[in-house]
Design a protein around this ligand. Structure first.
Ligand code: NAD
Length: 473
């Protein structure tokens, strides 16, 4: 029986591998060391890539139904150990147990759903003279690089489609949150052929080593926009295909006819879930002046009733910021807002001196459009509430961002909301909800939010190359 709470090792070529050096993994709720994770050496990374290359021919030749079974098995393993995975998740990531468990359960469901997706074959021509069809064949070894905010889901978004389509993988979790994926690697050693799924952990040097490695055929990256740019530059050397899921600054547009009693909880949850550390969190809430005070009241009431605390403590609704550098960034944004005389409806003070990276939920009252708190991705629980009066002008403001990840429109008049939504320059737009992302919905950042697609048919095909076969009759 694998112990999920100690002896963290990498999975390379189907075996558990330790390393000479280790990384301290810090619990963001108390800054204590939760565990030591391997710090992969360059030679060990070479071994992982070599193992994935060696495993590729047999894996791509494995019947699709068997690959389906094994991708579904990843979900079963997650489900079987869900309680321990959730606890481990909270210890390293900080999110309260309930939310941690939801992520593990969702990842388990995700594997099962991806396992059922069809890999299409398109018939281009079927005439008297010839038949031409296009298949989608695997690329080889995929490097999966993921961040710390959703360490299980965002990894599974890569593992499941990459393996289903016949690729092998080297997965690199964030140095802040490697533990759950290291354990998944260990648990899957009993099920997957050696080398198909390798998991390596390490410090800041490991990402660049992996993305520039000549043995990698595709990089599927989720993280910040500056890192995404570096990954794309590195990938250009060998013309490696890349998928980049990057940052965002999602706007929500709340119209005067919003049915607040129905959607207030959703608006609040979408702004502060995971303490705002969500790529598609509502990061700018534009509220029509007629309902501004009502919406502000609803948000402030909910913020005041919420407890920010250790995710393992009963009653904590929101956990800490996941790591020290992000904590400092969020505090700096709050400091900047204060120094510029912006008013906080709630929050805005970060207690100094205690242990843990806690930021009380903060709502900024109608800051100017050019303030940092509106322009930058906070990636923390700091929400600007912004008043508007003219719909054309607010659409322009929403679109003025360099990001284009998601956005939402909130109104009782669905047709009007859809019309406004279709003028937003983002990859995903929701009406009267947000953050509904499923294995069958393509998710693509526009502008500096990304390049390529994850999920859905398009996302699946990003792990393949088209191969057209034309046969003369
Ligand atoms: P990050 O860019 O710092 O790190 C992401 C991953 O890249 C980590 O595993 C890191 O070790 C690795 N890395 C760092 N430098 C690298 C390099 N030069 N080459 C290759 N890999 C490298 O991001 P983060 O702080 O972990 O995550 C937060 C960011 O991720 C936010 O901007 C957020 O919006 C974004 N994000 C986007 C999505 C999405 O789907 N669009 C989802 C979640 C998070």
């Amino acid at each position: 029986m694998t112990d999920l709470f100690s002896n963290f090792s990498m999975t390379i070529d189907g075996r558990s591998v330790a390393s000479a050096a280790t990384l301290d993994i810090i619990n963001p709720a108390n800054e204590e060391v939760v565990a030591k994770a391997p710090d992969c050496s360059r030679e060990q990374l070479d071994q992982a890539v070599a193992a994935a290359r060696k495993a590729f021919p047999a894996w791509r030749a494995t019947p699709l139904d068997e690959r389906r079974r094994l991708v579904a098995k990843i979900g079963e393993v997650l489900a079987q150990h869900a309680e321990d995975f959730a606890r481990l998740f909270t210890l390293e990531q900080g999110r309260p147990l309930r939310g941690a468990r939801l992520e593990v359960d969702f990842a388990a469901f995700w594997c099962g759903a991806v396992a059922k997706l069809e890999i299409p074959v398109e018939v281009n021509e079927d005439s008297e003279l010839r038949r031409s069809e296009t298949r989608h064949i695997p690329l080889g070894v995929v490097a999966g690089i993921v961040p710390w905010n959703f360490p299980v889901n965002l990894a599974v978004w890569k593992i499941a489609p990459a393996l289903l389509t016949g690729n092998t993988m080297v997965l690199k979790p964030s140095p802040f949150t490697p533990l759950t994926m290291l354990k998944l690697g260990e648990l899957m050693q009993d099920h997957l052929p050696a080398g198909v799924f390798n998991v390596v952990s390490g410090g800041d040097q490991l990402g660049p080593w992996l993305s520039s490695h000549p043995g990698i055929d595709k990089i599927s990256f989720t993280g910040s926009t500056p890192t995404g740019k570096r990954v794309m530059q590195t990938a250009a050397e060998n013309l490696k295909p890349v998928t980049l899921e990057l940052g965002g600054n999602d706007a929500a547009i709340v119209l005067p006819d919003v049915e607040l009693d129905k959607v207030a909880d959703k608006l609040f949850g979408a702004s502060f879930a995971n303490s705002g550390q969500l790529c598609v969190a509502i990061k700018r809430m534009y509220v029509h002046e007629d309902v501004y005070d009502k919406v502000a009241d609803a948000m402030v009431t909910r913020a005041r009733a919420s407890k920010v605390g250790d995710g393992l403590e009963q009653g904590s609704n929101f956990g800490p910021i996941q790591n020290r550098p992000q904590f400092e960034k969020v505090k700096d944004l709050i400091r900047d807002a204060r120094e510029n005389g912006l008013k906080f409806l709630v929050g805005g003070d970060v207690p100094e001196g205690g242990k843990g990276f806690f930021v009380p939920l903060a709502i900024v009252d109608n800051p100017p459009e050019d303030s940092r708190v509106v322009q930058e991705e906070a990636f923390g629980p700091v929400l600007p509430l912004i008043k508007f009066s003219d719909i054309d002008e607010v659409i322009e403001r929403a679109n003025a961002s360099e990001y284009g990840l998601g956005g939402s429109v909130w109104s009782a008049d669905t047709d009007k909301a859809i019309e406004i939504a279709s003028r937003l320059e983002t990859g995903t737009i929701w009406v009267n909800e947000t953050q509904y992302i499923m294995p069958w919905t393509p998710f693509a950042g526009h502008k500096l939010s990304g390049f390529g697609v994850e999920n859905g048919r398009e996302g699946l095909l990003e792990f393949t190359s088209p191969q057209t076969i034309t046969v003369a009759k």
